[in-house]
Structure formats: C-alpha cells, structure tokens
Design a protein around this ligand. Structure first.
Ligand SMILES: [Zn+2]
Length: 105
C-alpha cells in the first residue's frame, strides 16, 4: 500500500481533485483499496434525533476514497508525488521519486 494512516495526501482524480487540497489519512481500508481522508468526500448525512443530538439535523461524514485516486503529498515538491521504497537503517521507507524526500512517518 502506498498510502498509510496519518499520511498527507492529495486527490489526483475524482471529485476531490483540483485545487491542491490536502488531507490527512484517518484510516486505510486495504481490503477495499480505499482510505478515509480528513475533509475529503464529505457526505451529508441526516442525523436522527438522539439524546446527544436532540435537534437532529444534518451531519457531515467522510466517505472512503479509492486509493488509486490518492498520492502522498511531498512538502518539497508541494504536490502529490509517486514514491519508491528504499531501505534506510533497516526500515523500508518511501522516497519521493522527484526530489528524494524521505517519508519516515
Ligand atoms: Zn518531492
């Protein structure tokens, strides 16, 4: 998987693309090849009236985004980039193919 939890990512296609919007990966769902990204694919959801939320109304919730639509955001290139895996001090880390930035998180 090229995307991991807590990565900053950008959408390269789909309805989140454009504008260079970045978001943090909240959850990766490998079986479905999707990820939940903070602020991406917000869907409005009607909320039932509950004790916690006596007004009911409209809530907002992230829906999963296809991983193939996401690229990791490189802070040097200031855009989504492709990475390669390299061994660094015994760990496999991802490296920006353009500038060599290491994603060590
Ligand atoms: Zn880079």
């Amino acid at each position: 998987m090229h995307i991991r939890k807590n990565d900053n990512v950008v959408a390269i296609s789909g309805r989140n693309a454009g504008g260079g919007k970045t978001g943090k990966v909240l959850q990766v769902l490998p079986a479905k090849r999707t990820a939940i990204v903070e602020g991406f694919s917000i869907v409005k959801k009607a909320m039932r009236k509950t004790q916690d939320n006596p007004q009911g109304g409209i809530g907002q919730k992230e829906s999963p985004v296809a991983m193939s639509n996401l690229q990791i955001y490189c802070p040097n290139c200031k855009k989504g980039v492709r990475t390669r895996h390299v061994k660094e001090a015994g760990n496999t880390v991802r490296k920006c193919r353009k500038c060599g930035h290491l994603f060590t998180a």
